[in-house]
Design a protein around this ligand. Structure first.
Ligand code: AMP
Length: 291
């Protein structure tokens, strides 16, 4: 078989088919996504393929994690393109449920996250993490993965889901994966599709600001206020900054004074896109994986 020929990816649309595919044995790596795939998603898929006997991605734009004035309807969808990319990345199967399959008649239960979900994105998007936790808990129950792969790009989501797995004693290993960036530094995101050329150029100030803070950190800066101001001084050029946070990576509480470790995260509206980015300082993703 030549390197370019790949086995056709198996498309699974119902929970019944999914249970049949899963069977009782073997380790399975799972990558939940909302589609509009890019190299950030594909890096998670490649890792899942490498680490497990079976690899499955899901594509589901989950209405429950969007607020009433958010972009649920406008969210980019291109199933055929996504399937070709997954197939090329060596993904064995993909779960493509309908809204009715994920929220069937009789569905009447939600996972309600606690303190870790209360600030930053949780404060900006009421109900968002309850939507995320509920859908991921359902997907875990359906796929029963050995390992599940999540990007550092959505740092708080990663911590909320790690906390859910621990709190509910779910039998799955959460594997955090690094942020994949464009060559110029912009964090890849499905929502970058909303950016015009000028906005795309301005958005570079977000990774630019975080990079400036990371450099200051390497030079010994540990004061949380100074780090936040370093980011803001550059990142404000991107658009309307919603927040720049210097928080403890484990609790996500804001650091007052000196930081021994930190996640600096930001949200910014650039045109029609609401963009997130972050940098982890004084702690590695491997250390985070062990929490
Ligand atoms: P989404 O489709 O936006 O729900 O994202 C699905 C998964 O891909 C989540 O675990 C994200 O954190 C991850 N992800 C999104 N963008 C990136 C990126 N640039 N680098 C790494 N992972 C990412």
């Amino acid at each position: 078989m030549s390197a370019s020929s790949s086995v056709a990816i198996q498309r699974i649309r119902s929970v019944a088919e999914l249970r049949e595919w899963r069977g009782p044995a073997g380790d399975v790596g799972f990558v939940p996504t909302m589609g509009a795939l890019h190299d950030g998603h594909l890096a998670l898929v490649e890792r899942a393929v490498r680490d497990n006997e079976g690899a499955i991605a899901s594509i589901f734009v989950n209405p429950a994690q969007f607020g009433p004035n958010e972009d649920y309807r406008a969210y980019p969808r291109d199933e055929e393109r996504d399937l070709a990319l997954l197939e090329r990345a060596g993904c064995h199967s993909v779960f493509l449920p309908s809204v009715a399959e994920m929220y069937p008649p009789g569905d009447d239960m939600r996972v309600v996250p606690g303190d870790i979900a209360s600030r930053l994105e949780g404060a900006a998007r009421p109900g968002h993490f309850a939507g995320v936790c509920t859908i991921v808990a359902k997907l875990f129950g359906m796929v029963r993965p050995t390992r599940a792969y999540f990007g550092q790009k959505d740092f708080q989501q990663l911590r909320v889901l790690q906390t859910m797995v621990r709190s509910l004693a779910l039998d799955v290993r959460v594997v955090p994966c690094p942020i994949v960036r464009a060559a110029d530094g912009l964090a890849l995101s499905s929502r970058n599709a909303y950016l015009g050329a000028d906005e795309r150029a301005r958005a570079l100030a977000l990774s630019g600001g975080l990079l400036a803070a990371a450099k200051a950190w390497v030079q010994g800066e540990r004061d949380a206020t100074a780090l936040r101001r370093t980011v803001e001084a550059v990142a404000h050029q991107a658009g309307s900054l919603e927040y720049v946070s210097v928080a403890d990576p484990v609790t996500l509480r804001e650091v007052a004074g000196r930081a021994e470790r930190a996640v600096i995260s930001l949200a910014c509206r650039v045109g029609n896109a609401r963009l997130l980015d972050n940098v982890l300082l004084g702690m590695t993703l491997d250390e985070l994986a062990e929490l």
